[in-house]
Design a protein around this ligand. Structure first.
Ligand SMILES: [Ca+2]
Ligand SMILES: [Ca+2]
Length: 224
């Protein structure tokens, strides 16, 4: 297998009200692991969502690669300000943006405020990273306030499963970019996905129970 091109497949769970768009990189196909939803955890299941993902690493001859070390990165690419309103037609708590999507101000993603980065002039970097990992992911010291970097290893079937984790209130209000890359047999494979953080369907479908994040955690101002 020396010199073989390694392909990395990043697959998302079917998530309640999320949408995955923008797929890029190698290889040509995405495996959707159907039937799963965001998992709720924390006090009364209301603190965090865990969005299930899997990565598959295969060699060019289609063989699963066991023990491949995968570097994962998640960064919050944009955020939205606004409030939720009950959509009488579709019957769910939709978001009604007042500003945004607003781009991440940390252009070089080093986690610190550098000259010219504070676009809205409030003295701090917005939005900071709102998503991390759980599962068998080891968070590395390359992580900073804007990027979470983790490491995970594939099993004998070539898969590594993990969760993207975030506070419930951020659902629908932030977009993240998730990247998986691995170096095996001297070659590199990587894949990225950008998606709005999903929420659990059950949390936005009851008119008399507005969800956490009824007002965006980033506020409801008229500008970014
Ligand atoms: Ca910076
Ligand atoms: Ca700012």
């Amino acid at each position: 297998m020396a010199g073989a091109v390694v392909s990395v497949v990043l697959g998302a769970g079917l998530t309640g009200c999320g949408d995955a768009d923008e797929s890029s990189g190698d290889p040509a196909y995405i495996v959707m692991s159907g039937g799963t939803h965001v998992v709720k955890e924390g006090s009364e299941g209301n603190l965090r969502y865990k969005d299930p993902w899997t990565v598959l690493v295969t060699s060019t001859d289609g063989q699963p690669v066991e023990g491949a070390v995968i570097n994962l990165r998640v960064v919050t690419t944009s955020y939205t300000k606004g409030v939720r309103e009950w959509d009488t037609e579709k019957e769910f708590w939709k978001i009604e943006p007042t500003a945004g999507p607003c781009a991440n101000e940390d252009r070089n993603l080093n986690g610190t405020l550098d000259s010219g980065e504070d676009a809205n002039g409030n003295g701090v970097l917005d939005p900071r990273n709102v998503a991390t990992f759980s599962g068998n992911v080891e968070t590395t010291e390359e992580s900073n306030d804007s990027v979470t970097v983790g490491r995970i290893t594939t099993d004998e079937r070539g898969y590594a499963d993990f969760f993207v984790v975030y506070g419930t209130e951020f659902g629908h209000w932030a977009t993240v970019s998730l990247t998986a890359e691995t170096q095996t047999t001297g070659t590199e494979g990587s894949q990225s996905r950008a998606f709005g953080l999903p929420v659990a369907q059950e949390d936005v479908e009851k008119q008399d129970e507005p969800p956490v994040g009824e007002i965006s955690p980033f506020g409801d101002g008229a500008s970014c």
